[in-house]
Design a protein around this ligand. Structure first.
Ligand code: COA
Length: 260
């Protein structure tokens, strides 16, 4: 597959995937999601790749969210499909990969960007990173697993506050809440993640794959929160608030929600 939106660098035993749409702050459009799926699939089967680092290009953003321009005019059905397909192709796929994936959060990780970082097995942030789930400011909810994984990582109360305020937290607050494991100067972020990756690579890949499965199994419950999220996310696309929220973003003005 030809990659237009990401680049892959192999430095055995590691691989680094960089999301490469800096002019759009690495926002996740459909093609980028497809390319990431393919890259993770191939690297997971590559024998001398023992850990994968995921990062964003440029100094400003890891990923500033799903590409708002792509879904602003979606219907309820299309909204639901967007969340379901994204979760299956990328977010659940990464979480359940056999090969460990480290998110190197090098700047903004917002919306789908933070959801992608949360799908990775753990996260390291640069000191300038800012994280949040701003979806309700657009009249929609997180649709790529954010309503499930954020409470798992930081606890329900902090997750509720972050989701409801649509606010951003800085790297130190992210460290304090357990959202990231380390905060590192931006210029040292990748080297630090590579060191962690090579430490991992000394251990049994088979045992690590089993450990990932076992840890993830503990977070699967009877009622399926991810399915509930897909349904609620789709429903947002039928609301006037969603129309106003996304139009306001694209027109670069403050949203005035009608509340219906
Ligand atoms: N989808 C589509 N385009 C996006 C985007 C997204 N999620 N995030 C940023 N961009 C685009 C901007 O539209 C802009 O494009 P343009 O230059 O063609 O106008 C470009 O990336 C640069 O962003 P800009 O907003 O000018 O940068 P900034 O430094 O002023 O602000 C952010 C940075 C991250 C605060 C701001 O871009 C933002 O709020 N982005 C949306 C975050 C969001 O709501 N994500 C959740 C989506 S579900």
């Amino acid at each position: 597959m030809k990659y237009d939106n990401i680049s892959i660098k192999k430095e055995a035993p590691l691989a680094i995937i960089t999301i490469n749409r800096p002019t759009k702050l690495n926002a996740l459009n459909k093609d980028t999601i497809k390319e990431l799926h393919e890259a993770f699939k191939v690297l997971d089967k590559t024998k001398n790749v023992k850990a994968i680092i995921l990062t964003g290009s440029g100094e400003k953003a890891f990923v500033a969210g799903a590409d708002i321009s792509e879904f602003a005019s979606f219907s309820v059905k299309e909204g639901g499909k967007l969340a379901a397909k994204g979760q299956k192709l990328l977010f659940d796929f990464v979480e359940n990969l056999n090969t460990p994936v480290i998110a190197a959060i090098n700047g903004f990780a917002l919306g789908g960007g933070l959801e992608l970082a949360m799908s990775c097995h753990f996260r390291v942030a640069s000191d300038n990173a800012r994280m949040g789930l701003p979806e309700v400011s657009l009249g929609v909810i997180p649709g790529y697993g954010g309503t499930q994984r954020l409470p798992q990582l930081v606890g329900k109360g902090i997750a509720m506050e972050m989701i409801m305020t649509a606010g951003m937290i800085d790297a130190n607050r992210a460290l304090e809440t357990g959202l990231v494991n380390h905060v590192i100067a931006q210029e040292e972020l990748l080297d630090f993640c590579k060191k962690l990756g090579s430490k991992i690579s000394n251990n049994s890949p088979v045992a690590i794959a089993y450990a990932i499965k076992a840890v993830n199994a503990g977070f699967k419950h009877e009622s399926n929160g991810f399915a509930a999220e897909i349904k609620a996310f789709g429903a947002c696309f039928g609301t006037a608030d969603f129309e106003e929220g996304t139009s306001a973003f694209l027109e670069k003005r403050k949203a005035d929600f009608p509340g219906a």
